[in-house]
Design a protein around this ligand. Structure first.
Ligand code: SF4
Length: 167
């Protein structure tokens, strides 16, 4: 199983109760929404992943997509070896469009001793239920009807509603 990833880098969390902590960011490609202000293409077909050669140095190199779980874990190893990271942050795009891939990947990340921080648009409840046991922190957006590109999402944000894929 493989997934397209846009970027892997070390940086400081800028939001929420863990603001200021250094995290490893895995920025997945693809999303089920189309927010007006989005900086990520919806397709999930990025040909290359930008990876920091040295964690925190912004010296990116390109790695061909898609990446298998073992390939991604190998890329993460140098971040783990560098130390100082509190979490691995899954961001995007929408990480949960890759839920099946995450089921295979996250146990290996946990084995490296890293906690998992999920950033999600909160519309893929069924996909979240597949991986929630492997997630330490969920940072969830509420999308207002005028921004999502998909109209009102109140029911999809409700935990009683199953995720419905691309809007
Ligand atoms: S949920 Fe996030 S990644 Fe998806 S379209 Fe909106 S801003 Fe972009």
């Amino acid at each position: 199983m493989k997934a397209a990833v846009r970027e892997i880098f070390s940086s400081v969390q800028g939001e929420g109760p863990y603001v200021g902590t250094r995290q490893i960011f895995i920025r997945f490609d693809g999303c089920n929404l189309s927010c007006r202000y989005c900086d990520t293409a919806r397709s999930g077909a990025a040909r290359h992943c930008r990876v920091e050669a040295v964690p925190g140095k912004r010296d990116f190199v390109e790695v061909a997509n898609p990446l298998s779980g073992p390939e991604l874990v190998k890329l993460l190893q140098k971040y783990f070896n560098a130390g100082g990271h509190h979490f691995t942050s899954l961001t995007g795009g929408e990480p949960l469009v890759h839920a099946e891939y995450l089921e295979g990947l996250l146990p290996a990340i946990k084995q490296m001793g890293l906690k998992v921080y999920l950033e999600t648009n909160g519309t893929l409840y069924a996909e979240l239920s597949r991986v929630i046991g492997l997630i330490d922190i969920v940072a969830m957006d509420i999308k207002l009807p005028g921004t999502s590109g998909c109209g009102p999402l109140w029911e999809k944000h409700h935990p009683g509603q199953a995720g419905t894929g691309v809007c």
